[in-house]
Write a protein that binds this ligand. Sequence first.
Ligand code: ZN
Ligand code: FE
Length: 262
Amino acid sequence: MWSYQHTGFTVHQLPVLRDNYIYLIESHTSKVLIAVDPAEAVSVRQACKQLSKPLTHIFNTHHHWDHTDGNLSLKKTFGCQIVGAACDTERIPGIDIRVSEIAPPTIPGLHVAVLAVPGHTSGHIAYVVDDALFCGDTLFGGGCGRLFEGTAGQMWQSLSKIATLDGHVKMYCAHEYTLANLAFAASVDADNRVLAERIVADKALRQQGFPTIPSTLDSEKNTNPFLRPLNREFCHNYAAAHGVQNEAGVIFADIRRRKDHF
Ligand code: ZN
Ligand code: FE
């Protein structure tokens, strides 16, 4: 378990399954302890024991089993409240609190905003807790989620929305896919020096057994090929090199398509 200090709360990171991360958000000013996307229950129970605190909430970003499988077991143990997208209530096991952009959850001691970010699934949401972003399978380190239920246009809108957040925001995504994503990134953004530096740094982290997550939104904007279309020069060069229209959404769709076959 790794822990990251924010003002007013701590984020604990639990590596589970093959490459998933579960996060625990521990408020410093209330009894609130939230599990974000509990893929399973055992490691969350263990962490709660370690922190000597019961789980009060679960935040689900979307309905996939590797984000919700711990829901019912943890609810049984702790009687915690399960928070999920109002537009996806049928698919979030045990949902208690239905949230949306205009109806975020009220959590004692924490300021929580909700972003609708469809693309990976139609009901995918992200949680912004001050300067911490919990984005599930929408944005990854150096990558983005596959388009299971949405269009490239929807995903591009969702990522563009996330990109409006401050560059210092810490990005806590739900999978450790960074190195594989960056290998692809290098294939479509070969001249990017910041990307080359990130690859060296993140490889070293993994070799030493550390996570590459959280990263920052600034780092993602500079190196993530799925946010790079926000940069005009990148678009200009990409369009010329690949013979596609010089338009951010079109370029995003082309990069997403290429990644599926990489
Ligand atoms: Zn998923
Ligand atoms: Fe997932």
